[in-house]
Design a protein around this ligand. Structure first.
Ligand code: ZN
Length: 164
């Protein structure tokens, strides 16, 4: 079981699709979209951004990524002329399972990043108040709020990623 997990982790990292850098790209992409919302040269209406990480070209076309060609399992993503897919592609139905695990892992990693960034000040403030009062401060309430906010931010960024 542990060996399978290690192999899966290596496959995710080695595939070049970047399970830990993808979340950073998803958030930066969301920020870029907000910044260029009314900028038709950078982000034309109905345009799709290249699937390559950290690429913001919108002159994209559908390219075959993986899965069994001609069947439901075949997957296409949009790429600019400069980039092509480098996801794991065995040409079988296994690819779909891999993408499912990959996007799921990237989503969870993205949630973790935002939650961590939001939690740090909460812990900092709580420990300062705790020191001033001379006892531990209960942060269950703020922690719940932070978790919800982090989840909402994550879902919003991924929705933008999925649509454009
Ligand atoms: Zn590109």
């Amino acid at each position: 079981m542990a060996r399978a997990a290690v192999l899966l982790a290596l496959a995710l990292l080695g595939s070049g699709c970047g399970v830990f850098t993808r979340p950073v790209d998803v958030y930066m992409r969301a920020g870029w979209m907000v910044a260029n919302w009314n900028e038709p040269r950078a982000f034309p209406p109905r345009a799709n951004v290249c699937m390559e990480e950290f690429c913001r070209r919108t002159d994209t076309a559908r390219k075959y990524v993986g899965g069994r060609k001609g069947y439901t399992s075949q997957v296409h993503y949009r790429y600019c002329p400069e980039h092509s897919p480098h996801f794991v592609a065995t040409g079988s139905r296994f690819d779909g399972f891999f993408y499912f695990v990959y996007w799921g892992s990237a989503f969870i990693a993205a949630f973790g990043y935002v939650a961590l960034i939001l939690f740090l000040p909460v812990f900092g403030v709580a420990s300062l108040i705790g020191k001033a009062r001379g006892r531990e401060v209960d942060i269950e309430g703020p922690a719940t709020v932070v978790t919800f906010v982090a989840f909402a931010i994550n879902v919003a960024a991924w929705l933008m990623f999925a649509i454009w």
